[in-house]
Design a protein around this ligand. Structure first.
Ligand code: SAH
Length: 264
């Protein structure tokens, strides 16, 4: 936990420096906690061999589960959704029940570093905007054992679109998430971890702008009025705004990418 953040250190800090409970509170009023959209969830799903009612699917780092609901609505299979935060899981389970999906979709609290899964239990492991928490390479490597042979992994990850980029954005990401890399390097990592790279595509800008950053404006107001005068809360909100400003300025150099791999 780092309570020392303030506007003067804003340039150097990122979402990763803040207290997790504070982050949870900030994002809990939003329907997504990361960039994404239903259409891209379905596009990724289109590269995966048809599943059956017996197939097992897990959504890791599901947040409040916008994409998990899409999975449960479009797959015949049972879906388990896992997140570190009880509050997110409560929202997901409530939404799932409201849509009559409670038989198919179960949200559980858990840690992606110590997943409560059996070896070769799953046909599909999903993770949108969350694998960075364990690290892309570690995540795809360690989660592989939970997949059946021929099973799929589908994750989104921040990636560079070019080999070179302006110093300001390079430095920001080196501090925030040093594992950000080019798409070709990420594909090599997928191959090296024991998967066939099945598909890769860049998420459209609106997944990040309209569906994530713009929605934060309202969430930020709710959050700031709740935590009036709290310097950590103010720094977190300012940090998110700073990230959005950088995205608008440098979005031709980086973005979120869907990676789909098949376990060999
Ligand atoms: N998949 C969702 C949420 C993405 S935000 C979406 O696309 O909207 C990243 C999520 O990872 C958050 O919900 C956060 O609580 C969760 N998370 C962070 N560290 C985690 C961990 N160690 N284990 C499980 N979930 C974690």
């Amino acid at each position: 936990m780092n309570n020392d953040n303030n506007n003067s250190t804003l340039e150097q800090c990122s979402i990763h420096d803040f207290d997790l409970n504070m982050i949870c509170d900030y994002f809990s009023t939003m329907e997504r906690q990361g960039p994404g959209c239903d259409e891209m969830t379905l596009k990724a799903l289109s590269f995966i061999k048809p599943l059956t009612a017996e197939s097992k699917v897990a959504d890791i780092g599901c947040g409040t589960g916008k994409q998990t609901i899409v999975l449960a609505q479009h797959l015949p299979s049972k879906v388990v959704a896992i997140d570190l935060f009880q509050k997110f899981i409560d929202i997901l389970n409530q939404n799932s029940k409201g849509l009559g999906l409670q038989e198919k979709l179960t949200g559980i609290v858990g840690n992606m570093e110590t997943l409560p899964f059996q070896e070769e239990e799953y046909d599909l492991l999903w993770s949108e905007g969350a694998i960075y928490n364990i690290g892309f390479q570690k995540g795809i490597t360690e989660w592989r054992k939970f997949l059946k042979k021929g099973g799929y992994i589908a994750v989104t990850e921040a990636s560079w679109f070019t080999n070179e980029r302006p110093e300001e954005i390079d430095q920001f990401w080196k501090d925030a998430y040093p594992e950000i890399d080019t798409i070709s390097n990420k594909i090599h990592q997928i191959e090296n971890a024991g998967y066939i790279p099945v598909a890769t595509f860049i998420l459209p800008e609106y997944c990040w702008i309209e569906n994530f950053y713009e929605l934060q404006k309202e969430a930020r107001e709710i959050f700031l009025s709740k935590h009036k005068g709290n310097p950590t809360a103010e720094a977190l909100a300012a940090n998110e705004k700073h990230e959005y400003d950088l995205y608008r300025k440098y979005k031709s150099y980086y973005g979120y990418v869907f990676y789909i791999g098949k376990k060999i």
